[in-house]
Design a protein around this ligand. Structure first.
Ligand code: AMP
Length: 281
């Protein structure tokens, strides 16, 4: 396994693999790897001749009062996990290597997709995400890149960005990996105290209740989202930030579910922000 810090070296290593006839699968991460990340690595391994993982806590996707400084980091553990999964290349750039002094170019998708849901409370977040993923796609030059459905809005943003900017990369989205009680795995779950951790399982349980209401025939978005809110209100440690029934392709809010839809939610357990979603189909 090669561990690479400089974008130019990563570009060269990727070119060498591809010159040897290997398709490259790529998994971008912010590290502190868990089974959710590793499910993406395993899929990349299965579909491609070689696998690259990036570990980079991207400063441009954090707001000024967010958790950039205390975001969990475990480089040694992450490298051991990558090695155990047979990863070929691990890209671990510094912020200075990714954003050298003088860098002023960003990828901005406008206010539609990126202004909704998490974008409403995290201005600039998806600009940072789109920018770093575009840069990583250029640096790593993969055939396929793997993302988790847990960050549903992120997958919509990246598909749009890759399509609009003609990246020759197949974007693959895979299901959310959950803890036994249903909580979506996340590096940020390590922030949760024991009572919050227990309460956090309510987010997925409430998504299940809302989806069951939809499956019983309810098509009004307000009723489906309302069922989620009602269920979560039984758990005082969890505060809902948003619960939105949205178009799965552009995330515009729906009044009535006619075709497919996504119920996307964000909630807080103490200071920890949890996001999750469930398909209504
Ligand atoms: P992060 O390190 O949180 O930026 O996540 C890196 C990638 O792993 C993103 O594509 C996430 O959507 C994905 N991911 C994070 N948590 C999960 C999970 N529980 N299940 C599946 N994929 C996940």
């Amino acid at each position: 396994m090669e561990i690479i810090e400089k974008p130019g070296d990563m570009h060269a290593a990727s070119a060498k693999l591809r010159a040897g006839g290997k398709a490259l699968g790529f998994v971008p991460t912010m590290g502190c790897l868990h089974e959710g990340h590793l499910s993406l690595v395993r899929a990349a391994r299965e579909d491609n001749g070689a696998v690259a993982v990036s570990i980079f806590v991207n400063p441009t996707q954090f707001g000024p009062n967010e958790d950039l400084g205390r975001y969990p980091r475990d480089m040694e553990g992450d490298l051991a996990k990558c090695r155990a999964e047979g990863v070929d290349l691990v890209f671990v750039p510094s912020a200075k290597n990714m954003y050298p002094a003088g860098a002023v170019s960003f990828v901005d998708l406008g206010g539609g997709i990126t202004g909704r849901l998490c974008g409403a409370s995290r201005p600039g977040h998806f600009r940072g995400v789109a920018t770093v993923v575009a840069k990583l796609f250029n640096i790593v030059s993969p055939e396929r890149a793997y993302f988790g459905a847990k960050d549903y809005q992120q997958t919509v943003v990246i598909r749009r960005m890759a399509h609009d900017l003609d990246f020759p990369v197949e974007v693959v989205v895979l299901p959310t990996v959950r803890e036994p009680d249903g909580l979506a795995m996340s590096s940020r779950n390590s922030y949760l105290g024991p009572a919050e951790r227990k309460a956090a399982a309510m987010v997925y349980a409430a998504l299940g209740e809302a989806a069951a209401l939809y499956l019983s025939g309810e098509r009004r978005a307000s009723a489906v989202a309302g069922r989620f809110r009602d269920a979560v209100s039984a758990q005082p440690l969890i505060e809902v930030e948003y619960a939105s029934v949205a178009d799965p392709d552009d995330l515009s809010p729906l009044e009535t579910v006619t075709g497919g839809a996504i119920l996307a939610v964000a909630a807080r357990a103490g200071a920890t922000r949890l996001i999750d979603n469930i398909a209504l189909s």
